[in-house]
Design a protein around this ligand. Structure first.
Ligand code: 7TS
Length: 412
């Protein structure tokens, strides 16, 4: 295994060796994996953490007197602390294990049912993933509150002056992604949080697309809620985290009833456990949480400053190369963006480009990317999306550009 010393100079070859899947071929060609915004690949330390748990200390947690249960509980709670430290949250009990971003958002949206009434307003940005839109629409249906939209402009930036105008004493909640999954825009969330707090609104930040690229500092951001999924940051699927400020998590009712979330149960009445257990009913994804911790350690060993500098370089290189192709239109040209490029070429359908790239071993996503309002804004059915991460290389981008040239030749 490569040491973090070797990684400290961002030794890309050593880093790529950490990811077993990168050695495979697809359709007879070396895999070029540019679908990292959908899910990232997993380093061996993460895969090993899962194998080690199941082969050495698999047990249910928080309930056994026996050694395996204690070891599993300790590892599970150590992972929570790793995540706390990573996001600089004040307390470990402010971090609730979820199955992912979607679960975290639904938990908060469900909890706000009793806090909202008719004529209250909630604000969503124009560039959200469906999972940061639909749960709030359902909340509005339950409560009679109104959903209002912070608009975006052609570059893919939020129109902050309009956000200012939308804020009022009626605003109770604002939910915005840290980074857009289509446009790559890094939203000015610290400013948004500050402004929303001035009118007494709570803010939920969807960090799903940020977490692999940006280390969020929750004390500095002062967010009320921050949600993310481990699988976007080299961890496993089926596990994520909801951060909530202690004062909010104490106020919110439990999302699910069941084992482990109670203090006492009788047929007359049940009382609930304290944080974080109140929101963690049932047997959790123990191996997932432990491997999530391993993924965070891995990323921090690489260093987020180095990750960002490397990915910025990849983004600039790819943007420049792509722009030389005739008929290319890139959606999302914000000055502040992560390594995601959504584009179309002339009138060629994105799906056709994706299919040809796949034949050449290149994985991209095509379609609306679960963000139909962005597609509506640009009046397009979908885009091709290439999303890069720190284990991608300029050589892979060259292969991608050559493959695109071939695809254009075949399709136009
Ligand atoms: N929010 C954002 C900004 C996302 O990009 C995604 C997933 C989610 C929420 C939902 O995360 P989950 O882990 O609960 O599914 N985005 C994508 C994507 O862009 N392509 O595939 C999944």
């Amino acid at each position: 295994m490569e040491t973090s010393q070797e990684h400290s100079v961002f030794n890309i070859e050593a880093i790529r060796q950490d990811f077993p899947i990168l050695n495979r071929k697809v359709n007879g060609k070396p895999l070029v994996y540019f679908d990292n915004a959908a899910t990232s690949q997993k380093p061996k330390v993460v895969i090993d953490a899962i194998t080690h748990y199941y082969s050495s200390y698999n047990a249910n947690i928080h309930r056994g007197v026996h050694a395996l249960s204690q070891e599993a509980t300790d590892a599970f709670e150590a992972a929570r602390k790793t995540i706390q430290k990573h996001f600089n949250a004040e307390h470990a009990h402010e971090l609730i294990f979820t199955s992912g971003t979607t679960h975290g958002i639904n938990l908060v949206a469900s909890g706000f049912t009793s806090f909202l009434k008719e004529n209250d307003e909630v604000l969503v940005s124009a560039m959200e993933h469906h999972s940061n839109i639909v749960p709030w629409q359902m909340l509005c249906e339950r409560t009679g509150a109104t959903l209002r939209v912070i608009p975006m402009n052609n570059e893919g930036d939020l129109v902050i002056s309009d956000f200012d105008k939308l804020l009022s004493s009626k605003t109770k909640l604002v939910f915005v992604n840290h980074v857009s999954n289509v446009l790559g825009t890094i939203n000015p969330i610290k400013f948004i949080i500050k402004k929303a707090h001035q009118v007494g609104a709570a803010v939920l930040i969807d960090g799903a697309q940020a977490c692999a690229h940006i280390k969020a500092d929750l004390v500095d951001l002062n967010a009320d809620f921050y949600v993310t999924s481990a699988h976007k940051m080299c961890g496993p699927t089926g596990i994520g985290v909801l951060y909530g400020k202690e004062e909010w998590l104490k106020k919110l009712p439990p999302y699910q009833g069941g084992g482990e979330m109670i203090e006492e149960v009788t047929f007359e009445k049940s009382t609930y456990a304290g944080l974080p257990h109140k929101f963690e009913a049932g047997t959790p994804n123990v191996s997932g949480a432990i491997a999530f911790g391993a993924a965070i350690d891995y990323l921090n060993d690489l260093g987020f400053d180095k990750i960002q500098a490397y990915e910025d370089d990849l983004l600039n290189y790819a943007t420049e190369k792509l722009s030389t192709l005739e008929g290319v239109k890139i959606y999302g040209t914000s000055k502040e963006k992560t390594s995601v490029i959504s584009f179309n070429i002339g009138n060629i359908h994105p799906y056709d480009i994706g299919t040809i790239l796949d034949k050449m071993g290149i994985a991209v996503r095509t379609g609306h990317h679960c963000a139909q309002p962005i597609m509506d804004y640009y009046h397009i059915p979908g885009t091709v999306r290439a999303s890069f991460i720190f284990y991608n290389t300029k050589e892979e981008i060259d292969i991608f550009i050559e493959a695109l040239k071939k695809a254009i030749g075949m399709l136009s």
